[in-house]
Ligand binder design. Structure first.
Ligand code: NCD
Length: 306
């Protein structure tokens, strides 16, 4: 298997990947989805999710099992973390039992980076989402979905809409897509849910009509209620009226425009049924490609072991 030389031992965020890694991961995800033979990896990985998850956890699990790996899902309510064990001690304990990688989802922003910095044992870390921080495998699968669907990222106009302030997906996407040649990334959402400072190359507009204008890719985001005070929750009906993606918005977008959403989707809030289930939607394709993207990520991660 042709593989770029890799040095990173963890996947914490997009910025930790060099251009060769990025190119390799996307090519490999697409090749695997087109039927390429996966590697067989004699490795054990542990899913440690301190936040709810359906697709990400199952996707990592399926990806690992398609590579012949052993997967352990730690049931947190029955784990020693409820007895006060630190994450560092949990990681060391799992490594001592022979785990090779930890797939971590945590509500605290930066927790995966902090664990990586303090880790005294030989264990790979995959960041499956840290608070409002990063979600690199989601951004990679988003890009792989577009490439596999025949969308050129070079020169693409991308619109990202909704709760950008709390979205680790948006942060990772804004780090990834400019590096893949996107011509423009425009964002829009309620004033209190769009951060004041945006990465270079990302611009903010004020309305949904404006942000979708001529877009090749529209990415919708869920309101991250779990990261806000209850009194700050937007009212669902007025949110949908102002920020919910409906079919009429697609007429303003580019002719081949496709719609992404990392899920879970909230129908009738950020997206209408007609769009979620319509012909422009790649939402289930993202889920399908997620497994291949994560297979590629595992192959890349363990290739660093030599
Ligand atoms: C996202 C997440 O958890 O950050 N979901 C996912 O991983 N597919 C987005 C979200 O929860 O809204």
């Amino acid at each position: 298997m042709a593989m770029a030389e890799v040095s990173a031992r963890h996947l914490l965020e997009i910025a930790g990947l060099d251009d060769r890694d990025l190119g390799w991961l996307l090519d490999r995800a697409c090749a695997l989805s087109a039927g390429a033979q996966p590697a067989v990896l004699d490795r054990t990985v542990v899913n440690l999710f301190f936040e709810p998850s359906t697709r990400t956890r199952v996707s990592f699990e399926l990806a690992a099992s398609r590579l012949g790996m052993r997967v352990i899902n730690v049931e947190l309510e029955r784990s020693s973390s409820v007895k006060g064990e630190s994450l560092e001690d949990t990681a060391a304990t799992l490594a001592a039992m022979g785990a090779h990688a930890l797939i971590l989802r945590h509500p605290e922003t930066g927790r995966c980076h902090r664990l990586a910095a303090e880790l005294a044992v030989d264990l790979h870390l995959l960041n499956a989402g840290d608070g409002s921080g990063h979600h690199p495998s989601q951004a990679l699968l988003d890009a792989a979905t577009l490439v596999a669907s025949g969308i050129r990222l070079e020169g693409a106009r991308i619109a990202v809409i909704g709760d950008l302030l709390h979205s680790r997906v948006a942060r990772s996407v804004m780090a990834l897509f400019p590096r893949l040649g996107a011509a423009e990334i425009r964002v829009a959402g309620p004033a209190q849910l769009v951060p004041d400072s945006l990465p270079a190359g990302v611009s903010r507009v004020d309305t949904l009509d404006e942000v979708v204008q001529a877009a090749d890719v529209i990415m919708m985001l869920r309101i991250q209620h779990e990261r806000m005070d209850r009194h700050a929750w937007p009212d669902v009906a007025s949110y949908h009226a102002q920020w919910g993606l409906q079919e009429r918005h697609l007429d303003l977008a580019g002719s081949g425009c496709r719609v992404l959403h990392p899920g879970p989707i909230n129908r009738g809030v950020e997206i209408s049924n007609a769009v979620a289930d319509g012909s422009r939607s790649l939402i289930l394709e993202q889920v399908r490609m997620g497994v291949f993207a994560r297979m590629a990520i595992f192959e890349w991660l363990f290739a660093a072991d030599g």
